[in-house]
Write a protein that binds this ligand. Structure first.
Ligand SMILES: [Fe+2]
Length: 345
């Protein structure tokens, strides 16, 4: 997920290798088909098993394309502000509470730190969370046993949809963003597939096509998968390529691994008593993302030797073959070069 640390070591020193955590787009309407009460959608939650994530159209859902989704986890007890404040207090000693550096814009570096800029305690941060520009993120909430169970609950509702195309979901993680307008999360990419759920308040989630090589070059994407070095939007002109999902509680967006994305909370979007935005990215890998990671490893090596290899995802047969070579490169890097592969592999 966002701005993961770079892996140690490199593959670059190995003989065959190189170098491993917007407004013309469609404005997505809220209340996509399948809201509670409509056929095929869950009813009002009240007991375990009543919480769900569901696509607007299950028949056309695909893991290879961004799309609007719906959910009712906004009513889940563990997604309420008081419970999240308790979670933040448990995560803070482990540096898993992140605070954005003041002055961030959607196109600036995604810089964040593990202490509040004003030196406030977690209690103080949450007491004043409705103040403009508040921003705290809770990283890797799967490390908390209670929230690991929550993530398993979410994952169980999407697994049948995901695994019909991408078997072997693993490493389900969660990243929770709590903010008050005006605030942003800058442009970045992540390694995992993402079910991103808006829980409270309103936000604009802008997502770009993960195959747009003008926006993020093939070499930059290889580098990110291998080393976690993130990328910035090249130019404001590319921002027009985003799809903008205007979301409120119960809305969400699914997007595949390495889809660039950024968010904004606008002052005008807040409703009385609803000024705080809470969202959670439920992220995961699959056998497909793992195979693609190995293809990225091989492609990175080939690119450094002057080739222009085909991107992962273009040919399943070729990917399977190339993944064998990528796997060998990663093994060599891990065994002899101090390379520490991410969970992508
Ligand atoms: Fe992200």
């Amino acid at each position: 997920m966002n701005s993961q640390p770079s892996a140690g070591g490199t593959l670059a020193a190995t003989p065959m290798a190189a170098g491993r955590g917007g407004d013309t787009g469609a404005q997505e309407a809220q209340g996509a088909p399948g809201t509670p009460g409509t056929p095929g959608a869950p009813g009002a939650p009240g007991a375990p098993g009543d919480f769900r994530v569901w696509p607007g159209d299950p028949a056309t859902f695909t893991t290879s394309r961004m799309q609007a989704i719906r959910h009712n986890f906004d009513r889940h007890p563990l997604m309420q502000l008081g419970e999240l404040a308790q979670l933040a207090k448990r995560l803070h000693p482990h540096k898993q509470c992140r605070f954005i550096v003041p002055g961030a814009t959607q196109t600036s570096e995604f810089d964040h730190q593990d202490t509040d800029v004003a030196g406030r305690s977690i209690d103080e941060v949450f007491e004043r969370i409705e103040e403009p520009r508040s921003w705290i993120a809770l990283y890797n909430v799967e490390t908390d046993p209670v929230y690991r169970g929550f993530l398993a609950e979410v994952a169980a509702t999407v697994r049948p949809l995901v695994e019909r195309e991408q078997p072997g979901m693993y490493q389900v993680g969660g990243f929770i963003f709590i903010s008050a307008p005006p605030s942003v999360t800058p442009f970045h990419i992540d390694r995992e597939n993402n079910f991103w759920l808006q829980v409270r308040g309103r936000k604009v989630m802008s997502v770009f096509d993960h195959t747009d090589r003008d926006l993020v070059s093939a070499a930059a994407r290889d580098n990110f998968i291998l080393y976690g070095q993130n990328t910035r939007v090249k130019s404001d002109e590319y921002l027009s390529r985003a799809r903008h999902f205007h979301v409120g509680p119960g809305d969400g967006v699914y997007f595949p691994s390495t889809s660039p994305h950024m968010t904004r909370c606008e002052p005008g979007s807040a409703r009385p008593g609803d000024g705080v935005s809470i969202s959670i990215g439920v992220v995961f890998y699959t056998e497909v993302t793992r195979r693609h990671a190995y293809v990225h490893a091989l492609n990175d090596a080939l690119r450094r030797r002057g080739f222009s290899p085909r991107e992962p995802g273009e040919s399943d047969g070729l990917d399977r073959l190339k993944a064998l070579g990528g796997r060998a490169l990663v093994w060599v890097g891990k065994t002899f070069k101090g390379y520490k592969p991410s969970a992508s592999f």
